[in-house]
Design a protein around this ligand. Structure first.
Ligand code: DC
Length: 224
C-alpha cells in the first residue's frame, strides 16, 4: 500500500451471523486498518444495563448512560470499547445479552451516544498509525459513515446463519434479532443504496474475504 494513499474507511454491514466479524478480522490482518466491531459496543452497553438492573426504556437508560465513561483500548489491531476503564469480557456474548441487545440498540439515546463514539474511531486509528478503519455493524454504511470509501453488505440465508451460530456453540435467535433490528425506527438494518451486496450463503469465509480484499485493492489502486 503506497504511503501516500488516503485514509480508507471500509464499512461492513449485515445481519446476525452473516460473517461480518470473521471477514472484518481477516481483512484487518491483511491491511494496515483498525478493526472496530460495533456490535460489541451495543453488547457492552446492554451487559452494563442488565448488570445495573435497568430495563430498555428511554428515561432510565438516558440517566444511566450519563454515568458511563467510554474509552477505547487498541489491542492486536482492534479497537475495544472501555466502560469506566474496563473492557467488558465474554459476558457480552451471553444468552441474556443476545436476547436483550436489540431492545437496547433500538433506543435513540443509546444510538446517539454510540454515533459520536464510533465516528471518533477514525481519530483513534490515525493516532495509532493505521491507514484505514474497518468498521462492522448494522448502520455503518447508512448512518455512521455514509461516505465511506467502501461499503459492503453481507447477507446469508437464515438457516445457514443459524447453523453458523450453533457451530460456535451459541444460543442466539438470529432471525428474531434481525426482525427487531430491521424494523426499528432509528438506524434500521438495511443494505444502503450504492453498497456492494454479497450473498455468503454458499461462499467460504476465504471467498468472501478474497472478494472484499479485491475491492479494497481496487479502491487503493484508483485513489487520487
Ligand atoms: O453484530 P452483533 O450480532 O454482535 O450485534 C449485536 C446487536 O447490536 C445487534 O442485534 C443489533 C445491534 N447493533 C446495532 O444496532 N447497530 C450496529 N451498528 C451494530 C450492532
Amino acid at each position: 500500500m503506497a504511503s501516500s494513499s488516503p485514509f480508507l474507511i471500509v464499512a461492513i454491514d449485515g445481519g446476525a451471523a452473516s460473517g461480518k466479524s470473521s471477514t472484518a478480522r481477516a481483512l484487518a490482518a491483511r491491511f494496515p486498518f483498525l478493526h472496530v466491531d460495533t456490535g460489541a459496543h451495543y453488547r457492552a452497553i446492554t451487559a452494563e444495563m442488565l448488570r445495573r438492573g435497568i430495563l430498555p426504556e428511554e428515561t432510565a437508560v438516558t440517566r444511566a448512560l450519563g454515568d458511563l465513561v467510554l474509552g477505547t483500548r487498541v489491542h492486536n489491531g482492534a479497537a475495544l470499547l472501555e466502560i469506566g476503564g474496563r473492557v467488558p469480557g465474554e459476558e457480552i456474548r451471553s444468552p441474556e445479552v443476545n436476547a436483550a441487545v436489540s431492545h437496547f440498540a433500538a433506543l435513540r439515546p443509546v444510538r446517539a451516544a454510540l454515533l459520536e463514539y464510533q465516528r471518533g474511531q477514525t481519530s483513534v486509528a490515525q493516532a495509532h498509525g493505521f491507514r484505514g478503519l474497518i468498521m462492522e455493524g448494522r448502520d455503518i454504511g447508512s448512518v455512521i459513515f455514509p461516505d465511506a470509501g467502501l461499503r459492503v453488505f453481507l447477507h446469508a440465508d437464515p438457516e445457514e446463519r443459524a447453523r453458523r451460530r450453533a457451530k460456535e456453540g451459541q444460543q442466539d435467535s438470529v432471525a428474531e434479532r434481525d426482525r427487531l433490528d430491521s424494523s426499528r425506527q432509528h438506524a434500521p438494518l438495511t443494505c444502503p443504496p450504492g453498497a456492494v451486496d454479497i450473498n455468503s450463503t454458499h461462499l467460504s469465509l476465504e471467498d468472501v474475504v478474497a472478494r472484499v480484499a479485491a475491492l479494497v485493492n481496487a479502491h487503493i489502486a484508483t485513489a487520487p
